[in-house]
Ligand binder design. Structure first.
Ligand SMILES: [Zn+2]
Length: 512
């Protein structure tokens, strides 16, 4: 670790410790609410955690080579080694952020699904855990060890696994289960509509190589916390540079590149329905694919292996070695792969293959241009055509902050713009179950191209990609119907577009 990074890390330690104290009460409450679910399989894990706590601290050998710094509103963590060490480093370096994110995420999951936390712990323990590859089981257990070593956290592996599945359990598993069990008065849960993205290549881009860009749409409560840059050098597989969420092993929104030149992003499939309880969690497959795939075919194979239907996405892929891009529309009953060396694929939460729509998103109406997914689809088509032959990263940054409502045919900030501001929409987004003025929309953005991928670089911006700030207090005063979010909803201020690369040790003096 460079001296400057070291100084930075130690100066950060004190405020972090204070934050943990403040959060401690809340974390205890959650643990109390979850009840005791210690099983035989977990005993050895508990024992190793206790052993871990005895030898912990900043000098723990498992922290060797790992570091954290902050830049542009992002928290960058470098993790390296075997799966258990990567997990330990993740848990240790991001401990206060994980405690904080856990509270926001679990509150959202329970509120929306009307299920208690014990329900999600059980689903994580009985349904998801047995199918998680051993290396990721070790990494998830490592997160808990690192977390406890740093903060004495009461969170356990079931909590962390449930949190890792925060995109798939409440919006995919629960509606499927409610239907199976014919639950009376079940909440009308809908799969989420996360993100605007594109990937382009050939005659569409300025240098003929690939350009990929993505903004993350989610609730502001979660999205304001989605500000980690993970630089992971695993013992096996490729080095990964991706954005991510504290405590979660996949990018999950998703945007990442690997050292074999693969570029990966996605947007979800609106009104997707379905779940396979025998399948493998999406967050595991997505992480595994980014770590091990070096081609579009390998990526597709890993995502299909054990597909559980969770967090069903249109994956936008690029292979910077060949210049080829692809769109993998991954339903549960059907899927479709398109690929080209000269073209552009855009995503804004619509499925386009008739078979996938029929089998997996039967309620989706591709012709309803008033809805957010379809309105943004039209805007992507316009913007990409307008910029054909000129597309590069700085143009991609502007596109991600675009405010044209294709349905009203004028500039606005609402649920139909590529840079989403649903908090200013009297309509909300009915197809995702977002009520009027729901505090959600585009929460951060990333972009990269083939040359940057070769150097393991990306650019990223926290907050709305257009640069506007969201302020929690006036919003809550104007919309008391969202008062339940008050403990978790914070200001979301936009940061500068900031460049990150793999192996970075400290924030360069690039913004002073
Ligand atoms: Zn905006």
């Amino acid at each position: 670790m460079a001296a400057a990074a070291k100084a930075r890390a130690s100066s950060m330690r004190r405020p972090a410790a204070i934050a943990v104290l403040v959060l401690g009460g809340g974390a205890l409450w959650w643990a109390g609410g979850s009840g005791s679910h210690v099983t035989a399989g977990k005993v050895s894990l508990e024992a190793s955690i206790v052993a871990g706590q005895k030898r912990t601290g900043a000098n723990d050998p498992r922290l060797a080579g790992a570091h954290r710094f902050e830049d542009g509103g992002w928290i960058y963590v470098h993790l390296e080694g075997d799966p258990a060490s990567i997990g330990f480093q993740h848990g240790y370096l991001l401990a206060p952020d994980i405690e904080d994110a856990f509270q926001a995420v679990s509150a959202g999951m329970m509120h929306e699904s009307q299920r208690d936390w014990a329900f999600f712990r059980k689903a994580a323990h009985e349904m998801l855990w047995p199918k998680i590859d051993e290396e990721y089981q070790q990494e998830l257990a490592g997160i808990v060890e690192g977390l406890r070593a740093r903060t004495g956290s009461k969170l356990d592996v079931d909590d962390i696994v449930a949190m890792n599945a925060f995109e798939e359990l409440p919006d995919y598993y629960v509606p499927w289960l409610n239907k199976q069990e014919k639950v009376a008065h079940a909440p009308d849960l809908k799969s989420p509509g996360n993100c605007s993205a594109f990937v382009a290549t050939g005659t569409w881009t300025k240098d003929g190589k690939i350009v990929m860009a993505h903004n993350n749409w989610t609730s502001y409560a979660n999205g304001e916390r989605w500000r980690i840059v993970f630089d992971i050098v695993p013992k096996n597989g490729h080095t990964i540079l991706m954005d991510g969420f504290p405590g979660v092993i996949a990018s999950d929104d998703d945007f990442g590149i690997n050292s074999d030149g693969l570029m990966v992003t996605e947007t979800t499939i609106t009104q997707f329905e379905g779940w396979d309880p025998a399948g493998k969690a999406e967050f595991v497959r997505a992480r595994k694919a980014l770590q091990y795939a070096g081609s579009i075919d390998e990526y597709t194979k890993i995502m299909l292996d054990g597909n559980n239907g969770g967090y069903a996405n249109d994956w936008l892929l690029g292979d910077s070695k060949t210049g080829e891009i692809a769109q993998l529309e991954l339903g549960l009953k059907a899927y479709k792969l398109w690929r080209t060396k000269d073209g552009a694929f855009a995503g804004s939460n619509w499925a386009r293959d008739p078979e996938v729509i029929k089998a997996d998103a039967p309620q989706f109406e591709p012709g309803n241009l008033e809805t957010s997914p379809n309105a943004r689809r039209l805007r992507w088509e316009e913007l990409l055509k307008e910029n054909k032959g000129k597309i590069e990263v700085n143009i991609a940054e502007k596109m991600l902050g675009d405010h044209v409502d294709s349905y009203h045919q004028k500039p606005e900030t609402n649920e139909r713009t590529l840079c989403g501001h649903v908090d200013s929409s009297p309509r909300g987004v009915e197809v995702w179950g977002w009520a009027p003025y729901f505090p959600g929309g585009a929460v951060q953005a990333k972009a990269t191209d083939s040359s940057m991928t070769k150097e393991m670089k990306l650019v990223a911006r926290v907050g709305h990609p257009c640069g506007e700030n969201f302020l929690a207090k006036p919003f809550l005063a104007a919309h008391p119907e969202y008062a339940w979010q008050e403990p978790y909803l914070r200001d979301m201020k936009a940061g500068p577009w900031t460049e990150f690369h793999s192996g970075e040790t400290a924030a360069p003096e690039k913004h002073q």
